[in-house]
Design a protein around this ligand. Structure first.
Ligand SMILES: [Zn+2]
Ligand SMILES: [Zn+2]
Length: 363
């Protein structure tokens, strides 16, 4: 009590006034957090955080409340740790058991003891379905179900994914923070935060429009698709640079993501990195040689490299799968036109070789 008496307001005009409490606003701009009754009504003090001036009584009950919250969180964390630990032990045992069984079976195989192998074939059958037809696994496949459960738990604990989810929440909370600042009439800070939020949203919107443009073009709605792509570029003048960053991030999670690989090729092509763009398409074509979207984009980059013959060969593969693929047909059209244009000039200088060249190309 004696000490509290000594804690008086430093403001000369408020001499001797007892301090009532503290300002709890994290963004408070005032030099001193403590306030007396006169500070509380002074419009020059804590002007943006009057509602956060809290008396010692309030602070005391707040500490109790905050402490309870921390205790609850500790209990939840402990509980979830016990659960995870149980699951971890259970799953480790299951994996160990499978390993031992596999060892036994391969011993039977080495000893050509096919009867014993037959006795244990269930495990191999279940594993075979797990590795080849995961989507068909039902409860009856015990090993398969166990392994899927284990994978799911690992995924649930994947820290990268948790961080991604938090990033998503951040978008929402930026808007919330903005509203709070507006309520506190911190116009400048609110403005800066909202600019950041709008930029993020514009980036998301430009990606959505760009991806939509791709699906429209792939559905032969080329005109609307190209229009949509122009809209995406208008919203975000940095579209392809952002797309490159985005696809690199996504590919870190899953390097085989075919659509993202092709999306990256668009971005690289825009940066005039044609060879690298082709490499992305080739990665997809290695797995799916008939991916017509990848064939079209590879053709597009070959065209930009002025490799018209190769561009035609490439788009022809796509047109075999879908002879009505309209963007493919127009790519073939412009490539043929360019090729003939080149041949025309070639003609003037080297007529004899030209005939040979023609016969090679068009027979
Ligand atoms: Zn004061
Ligand atoms: Zn304050």
């Amino acid at each position: 009590m004696k000490q509290q008496k000594q804690f008086t307001c430093q403001d000369i005009e408020h001499e001797g006034e007892d301090i009532q409490g503290f300002c709890l606003n994290l963004g408070c701009q005032d030099s001193k957090p403590q306030f007396c009754l006169q500070c509380g009504v002074d419009p020059m003090k804590h002007s943006n955080c009057k509602k956060d001036l809290k008396g010692f009584g309030y602070i005391s009950s707040f500490i109790t409340k905050f402490n309870q919250n921390i205790l609850d969180l500790t209990t939840q964390l402990d509980k979830s740790f016990v659960q995870v630990k149980q699951k971890y032990e259970e799953f480790s045992k299951q994996l160990e058991k499978i390993k031992l069984q596999l060892l036994k079976i391969s011993q039977y195989l080495n000893q050509q003891d096919y009867n014993q192998m037959k006795e244990n074939l269930q495990l191999i059958k279940e594993g075979y379905q797990y590795l080849n037809n995961q989507e068909e696994i039902k409860k009856q496949n015990q090993i398969g179900t166990q392994l899927i459960n284990i994978k799911q738990m690992i995924e649930a604990w994947d820290l990268n994914k948790i961080q991604q989810q938090t990033q998503y929440i951040d978008h929402q909370s930026i808007l919330q923070q903005g509203l709070q600042l507006l309520n506190q009439q911190k116009w400048q800070q609110a403005n800066e935060l909202l600019i950041k939020n709008i930029k993020n949203l514009e980036k998301q919107l430009s990606f959505a429009k760009f991806f939509q443009s791709i699906s429209l073009i792939e559905m032969n709605q080329t005109g609307i698709g190209i229009n949509m792509r122009d809209q995406a570029k208008k919203i975000n003048s940095n579209l392809f640079k952002d797309l490159l960053d985005y696809s690199d991030q996504e590919l870190k999670q899953n390097p085989q993501n075919a659509f993202i690989l092709i999306a990256k090729s668009y971005a690289l092509n825009d940066e005039k990195q044609f060879q690298l763009a082709i490499q992305q398409c080739d990665k997809v074509l290695l797995e799916e040689p008939q991916n017509i979207h990848a064939l079209y984009r590879k053709c597009f980059s070959l065209f930009d490299l002025k490799e018209y013959e190769q561009a035609i060969q490439c788009i022809d593969k796509a047109l075999i799968s879908n002879s009505k693929y309209s963007i493919g047909l127009s790519m073939k059209g412009v490539s043929l036109e360019k090729l003939q244009f080149c041949l025309f000039f070639f003609n003037k200088q080297q007529k004899p070789i030209l005939n040979q060249f023609f016969s090679l190309l068009f027979t």
